[in-house]
Design a protein around this ligand. Structure first.
Ligand SMILES: Nc1ncnc2c1ncn2[C@@H]1O[C@H](COP(=O)(O)OP(=O)(O)OP(=O)(O)O)[C@@H](O)[C@H]1O
Ligand SMILES: [Mg+2]
Length: 485
C-alpha cells in the first residue's frame, strides 16, 4: 500500500527554514512542499491536497495574507499558521488576519521545536473539528452557533425523541412499538427489517432516544455500495498512511459513539469478510483501527436494518448464520403500509399539517374521495411515498383550500376505490321471526359489513366490533360467512 502522509505547504523565501523543514519531514513524518514564490503558492493551494499552511508575512515583497485568504476559500479545512518577523507589528493589520482565519502566530527568530509542536497541535485541532462536525450532524446539534462563543451552546434538537414521532394507529404498529420500547431498555443488538420507506430508520432513532444511551451519540453508517476498506475505516478508524488517501489519523464511528448507538443501515450489503470483522466486534467489543496493532474496547449498541430478509439470505448461504443470530438480540419487522391501511389516514393528516406549517400554505383538510383512493393504493414506496405525495399535494394547494382529487398524482388518481362486495349490509334484509332470530340476522349483517370494509382483516374487525379474534372466528363459522374477493 502507498503511504500517504499529511501535506504541509511552507511559504518562505529564506534559507533559515532548512532546520524547520528537516524536523517536519524527517522527525515528524510530514510531507513538506515549499513555495518560494506567490505564483507557486497559489498553484499549490489550488491543486494539492493541503492539510496545513505555514507562511511568512511577506513573500517576494508581497503581503502573504492575500495568499492565506485565498487558501481559506480554496481549501477551507487546511490550518493556517503565520510566522511574524521581529518588525512586522508595524505593518500588521489585525482585521486582515481575521479574514484569513489564522490559527496561530509564531514569532521569529524561528524556534524549530516550537514550530513542530504548534504544527502538531494545529493538526489535532483540525481532526477534532472534523469529529465535532460529524457528531453534530448526527445529533442535530445546532451547528450554526460559533463553537467558542460566550453565549450558551446551541440546544439539542432531537428529531425523534420518542415513539410518538412515529405516527400510527394500527394494531400491528402498536405491537411493534411496544416491543421496540422493551428492546430500548436493554443493551442487546436490534435487527429491524421491513420494505423500503416503512420507517426503519425512524424506529432506530426512537429506540436510541428511549434508551439510557441518549446522552451519547447515535451515529449512522449506510453499508450499501462501500468497499471493505472504506467501511472498515469508517467504522473502526485508521492510522495515518494506513492506505492510499489516509492522510491523517481517523477515529471510526465505533470509537466516536462510545457509550451510544451505531445504526448500520443496509446490513445485508456487507461482504463476507466484513461480516467476520463485525462479528468479532459484536462478540468482543474490540476496535482495531486499520494500520494499528493495538485494539481498544468500545461500549456501543448496534441497531442494524435491512430491506432484504436476512433469514432467507442465511438459507441461501449469502449471510453468516452466526452474525445473523448475534444481530437479532431483538428482531423487529416493520409491516408494509398496504398491510396497515388504518395508518394511512393518520399519516396523511400528520404530513398535511407538517408541510402546511413548513410551507405556510393553510390547507383546510382532505376530501373523503382522496382518502379513499389513498387507502386503496398499494404504496410500493410505503410511508416515504405517502409523505412525498402529501408534500406534493400541499405544494399544489392554495391558501384556504381542501386537498381534492385534482391535487393527486396521476397514479393515485387512477385508483378507483373498490365497490363494496355484493353481500354487504345494505343488500341484506333482517330475517327471522323471533327476536332472537332477528338479532342474529342483524349481527350477521354487521359482521359481514365490517369484514367487507376491512377487506377481511380479522384483527381490525375484531377490534372494531369489540370481539376477541376467536370470538369473531366463531361468528364467521356459525353464520357461514363466505370470503368473497
Ligand atoms: N410511522 C411514521 N410516522 C411518521 N413518519 C414516518 C413513519 N414511518 C416513516 N416515516 C417517514 O417516512 C420517511 C421514510 O422513513 P425511513 O427513512 O425511516 O424509512 P426506511 O425504512 O429506513 O427506508 P429505506 O429502507 O429506504 O432506508 C421518513 O421521512 C420518515 O420520517
Ligand atoms: Mg433507511
Amino acid at each position: 500500500m502507498t503511504q500517504v502522509s499529511t501535506v504541509l505547504l511552507a511559504i518562505e523565501d529564506e534559507v533559515e527554514w532548512s532546520g524547520v523543514n528537516a524536523l517536519l519531514t524527517d522527525d515528524l513524518g510530514y510531507r513538506v512542499i515549499v513555495a518560494l514564490t506567490v505564483k507557486k503558492a497559489l498553484t499549490l493551494i489550488e491543486d494539492a491536497n493541503i492539510d496545513l499552511v505555514i507562511s511568512e508575512t511577506q513573500i517576494e515583497g508581497e503581503d502573504a495574507l492575500n495568499i492565506l485568504r485565498q487558501c481559506r476559500v480554496s481549501c477551507p479545512n487546511a490550518m493556517r499558521l503565520l510566522v511574524k518577523g521581529e518588525n512586522d507589528d508595524v505593518v500588521w493589520k489585525h482585521e486582515a488576519a481575521e479574514l484569513a482565519a489564522i490559527y496561530q502566530f509564531i514569532r521569529k527568530p524561528l524556534d524549530v521545536e516550537q514550530i513542530g509542536l504548534v504544527v502538531k497541535r494545529a493538526l489535532e485541532a483540525r481532526e477534532l473539528a472534523r469529529r465535532h462536525r460529524m457528531i453534530s450532524r448526527e445529533l442535530k446539534l445546532n451547528d450554526e452557533s460559533p463553537l467558542f462563543d460566550t453565549k450558551p451552546m446551541g440546544q439539542f434538537v432531537r428529531e425523534s425523541s420518542n415513539f410518538e414521532k412515529l405516527v400510527y394507529i394500527s394494531e400491528s404498529m402498536s405491537e411493534l412499538c411496544g416491543l421496540a420500547k422493551q428492546a430500548a431498555a436493554t443493551d442487546l443488538p436490534i435487527l429491524i427489517q421491513g420494505d423500503t420507506g416503512t420507517g426503519k430508520e425512524l424506529l432506530a432513532r426512537a429506540i436510541h432516544f428511549n434508551s439510557n444511551r441518549t446522552q451519547s451519540p447515535l451515529l449512522t453508517q449506510n453499508c450499501g455500495g462501500m468497499s471493505d476498506e472504506l467501511l472498515q475505516s469508517e467504522l473502526f478508524g485508521h492510522k495515518r498512511g494506513a492506505f492510499t488517501g489516509a492522510i491523517s489519523e481517523r477515529l471510526g464511528l465505533f470509537g466516536a459513539s462510545d457509550g451510544g448507538t451505531v445504526f448500520l443501515d443496509e446490513i445485508s450489503e456487507v461482504s463476507s469478510s466484513f461480516q467476520v470483522s463485525l462479528l468479532r466486534f459484536l462478540q468482543e467489543g474490540e476496535v482495531k483501527p486499520l494500520g494499528c496493532d493495538r485494539a481498544s474496547f468500545c461500549d456501543v449498541r448496534i441497531i442494524a436494518a435491512s430491506n432484504k430478509r436476512l433469514d432467507d439470505m442465511v438459507e441461501r448461504g449469502e449471510f453468516r448464520r452466526d452474525l445473523y443470530f448475534r444481530l437479532k438480540g431483538f428482531e423487529l419487522s416493520v409491516p408494509p403500509l398496504r398491510e396497515r391501511t388504518d395508518d394511512i389516514a393518520v399519516l396523511t393528516e400528520f404530513f398535511m399539517r407538517k408541510y402546511s406549517e413548513s410551507t405556510g400554505v393553510k390547507v383546510l383538510g382532505i376530501s373523503n374521495d382522496v382518502l379513499e383512493r389513498l387507502i386503496h393504493y398499494q404504496f410500493p414506496g410505503n410511508v416515504r411515498e405517502l409523505e412525498n405525495e402529501v408534500r406534493r399535494m400541499v405544494a399544489l394547494a392554495r391558501d384556504g383550500e381542501y386537498l381534492t382529487a385534482r391535487h393527486l398524482s396521476p397514479e393515485i388518481l387512477a385508483i378507483t376505490p373498490k365497490k363494496p362486495p355484493p353481500e354487504s349490509a345494505a343488500s341484506l334484509a333482517i330475517e327471522g321471526k323471533t327476536l332472537k332470530q332477528k338479532v342474529e340476522s342483524l349481527e350477521k349483517m354487521l359482521v359481514v359489513d365490517a369484514l367487507a370494509r376491512h377487506r377481511w382483516n380479522q384483527s381490525e374487525v375484531a377490534r372494531e366490533l369489540g370481539l376477541s379474534r376467536v370470538g369473531l372466528a366463531n361468528k364467521i363459522k356459525r353464520y357461514e360467512i363466505q370470503h368473497i374477493v
